[in-house]
Design a protein around this ligand. Structure first.
Ligand code: FAD
Length: 589
């Protein structure tokens, strides 16, 4: 029998990105509570580190009319009203405090001349709202939270992949996985588990996401009985790098457009005029991504099938100060100086709006003791996420998940749940199987085929026909992938790690296609050419998925109804900060 080591904690957090670290800090605020963070990459390398443009919070430092109401309005409107309104309300109200708190922990934001936190404009935010540190906001955020987490007495396990969530007698018992370095197995027994594993962008061929974004947390939770929601909603960011081929998909931050960058088609026309004359380049991501895609389809694309983005008119000093990362990125990766030349951009898979369904107040899932926060969770962003809203999401709901786990522990009776040894044996055999199989399909080959299927049949543009074809191909691939095999040992074997990534992505891809087939309309990121219109407001709903170990089941649930005081914010069809209010009735900050 294989051995495994065991660790016991009150709370384990799977994921060391912004959401995981913020959750861990909050959970560990109770003296004596044992908390661990587990990450499949190194501390400081989580996907959050890549975030560039900024973190959205309605300080109103530059535009004094801004308020939580306007941020809420923008978030709901851009999410096409299938967001959970309560999540959006909590989010908009708490985001400023979470950003200020980061400052007290040592984050250094760019400042206005008066010394306030600087805020930049971003797509579909009514006001200048994104607090930032040049164009490396995520790095500073992660650095700050890491420091805080380490000094809060949290244990950290790096380069450990969790492969299974363990439940016992209706509550969580912990999680099981292995050290990537040498393949030794590890059991974490825990009273509460917080999932903060990020998104699933690697499902698509062209993506801005890091290698970690394979949807592990959502897949683990789904297999254990958690509900997933809004799986059809995958965001394609309008501006990924296009050329040379090796860099295709790497993000060009929305900050370039925020700082004045303009989009042109091959005919030299500012084509956004045709798609959103009011907001132009700063329209929401779904609109700009579709516009670039349509221009290329209409034969007005750039040589490599995208659009031109031009910021040269801002001058070298401005560009190098405001967008130093972008300047460097193009110079080193594409040998191109963005202060002197325009460059090609095209849509790239960027963000997962769907994921684990959570309670807005506590981030609890339907599995007792399991919580989820950040990109792995669903509900806040609806059909389309606003730029900058993810960094504030991970702060607001990371904290709430930590609090939720604490409250859960206070109310719970008994200690750690018993772990079923037979289940662990079964999991160890499952994980070792690809190494012992004589013959089988290579996981990298399966991944490539999966990306091909998802990009061709369930990408930025879909129809019932493409989705149905995609589903058939995916199910055949799933069958083939039952026997993935890999050479070598458990020591430093990336091919072996890829097996579990691919298994997770196959399961979730099926979830994406099935929900996309069910949603017979176009809404936000979900664009169906056979149902090009958005259904009327009274028909808003979410698709919730559950998995019985064999098949995915989908139910259609009406979106929770907004209370009157929030619904009223939409009556003028204009953002609250732009509506004239009677004296004494200004919206609150
Ligand atoms: P992540 O940061 O993705 O962290 C996931 C963690 O889970 C990692 O530590 C990973 O190792 C771990 N993990 C995953 N699976 C397992 C497993 N099986 N076992 C153990 N550990 C596991 N958003 C903004 O708001 N503003 C921006 O300016 C912005 N810019 C961006 C730029 C780029 C290039 C990209 C790609 C995204 C950007 N985003 C931005 C989005 C934002 O960065 C992410 O949505 C956010 O950081 C996700 O944080 P998270 O904590 O949920 O997960």
């Amino acid at each position: 029998r294989e051995n495994y080591e065991t660790h016991e904690y009150d709370v384990i957090v799977i994921g060391a990105g912004g959401a995981g670290l913020r959750a861990a800090v909050e959970a560990s605020a109770v003296p004596g509570l044992k908390v661990a963070v587990i990450s499949k990459s190194l501390l400081g390398k989580a996907h959050t580190v890549m975030a560039e443009g900024g973190v959205a919070a309605s300080f109103g430092n530059l535009d004094h009319q801004d308020s939580w109401e306007t941020h809420f309005y923008d978030t709901m409107r851009s999410g096409h009203f299938i967001n959970n309104y309560r999540m959006a309300e909590i989010f908009a109200k708490e985001a400023p405090d979470r950003v200020l708190e980061l400052e007290t922990w040592g984050a250094v934001f760019d400042r206005t001349p008066e010394g306030r936190i600087m805020q930049r404009p971003f797509g579909a935010h009514t006001f200048r709202r994104l607090a930032h540190i040049g164009d490396h906001t995520g790095m500073e955020l992660l650095r700050t939270m890491q420091y805080k987490a380490i000094h809060s007495g949290i244990d950290v396990f790096q380069e450990v992949t969790m492969t299974k969530l363990l439940m016992a007698n209706g509550r969580v018992a912990g999680a099981f996985g292995y050290f990537r370095e040498d393949g030794r197995f590890v059991l974490f027994r825990a009273k509460a588990v917080i999932l903060a594993t990020g998104g699933l962008g690697r499902v698509y061929k062209v993506t801005s996401n890091s290698w970690e974004s394979t949807g592990d947390g959502a897949a683990l939770a789904f297999r254990a009985g958690a509900d997933l929601m809004d799986m059809e909603m995958v965001q394609f960011h309008p501006t990924g790098m296009v050329w040379p081929p090796g860099v295709r998909g790497i993000l060009v931050t929305e900050g370039v457009r925020g700082e004045g960058g303009l989009l042109y088609n091959a005919e030299g026309e500012r084509f956004m005029q045709r798609y959103d004359a009011e907001r132009m380049e700063l329209s929401s991501r779904d609109v700009v991504a579709r516009a670039i895609f349509r221009e290329a389809m209409a034969g007005r694309g750039t040589p490599h099938g995208g659009a031109w983005l031009d910021i040269t008119h801002k001058g070298p000093d401005y560009i190098k100060t405001k967008l130093p990362g972008m300047y460097e990125q193009f110079l080193t990766l594409a040998d191109l100086d963005i202060t002197r030349e325009r460059f090609e951009v095209a849509p790239t898979c960027h963000y997962t709006m769907g994921g684990v369904r959570v309670d807005p107040e506590t981030c609890a899932t339907n599995l007792p003791g399991v919580f989820a926060a950040g990109e792995v969770a669903a509900g806040l962003h609806g059909a389309n996420r606003l730029g900058g809203n993810s960094l504030s999401d991970i702060l607001v709901f990371g904290r709430r998940a930590g609090l939720g786990a604490r409250q859960y522990l206070e109310g719970m009776e008994g200690g750690l749940a018993a772990v079923d040894e037979a289940e662990i044996d079964h999991e160890m055999n499952r994980v070792l199987a690809p190494l012992t199989r004589e013959k089988g399909v290579n996981p990298y080959h399966v991944h490539e085929q999966l990306q091909e299927i998802m990009t061709t049949y369930a990408g930025i543009m879909r129809s019932g026909e493409t989705l149905q074809t995609g589903l058939e191909k995916l199910l055949a691939l799933k069958e083939e992938a039952q026997t993935m095999a890999i050479n070598g040992s458990r020591r430093y074997n990336p091919g072996w790690h890829a097996v579990f990534d691919v298994q997770n992505m196959l399961l979730l891809s099926e979830g994406i296609i099935r929900s996309a087939l069910e949603r017979k309309e176009s809404r936000g990121a979900h664009w169906r050419t056979d149902y090009p219109d958005e259904l009327p407001d009274w028909q808003q709903f979410n698709f919730v998925e559950s998995f019985d170990g064999d098949a995915i089941h989908i139910r259609k649930e009406p979106v929770p109804e907004m209370p009157e005081h929030l619904a009223r914010l939409f009556t003028y069809g204009k953002a609250p900060g732009l509506v004239q209010t009677a004296p004494g009735k200004e919206s609150s900050k």
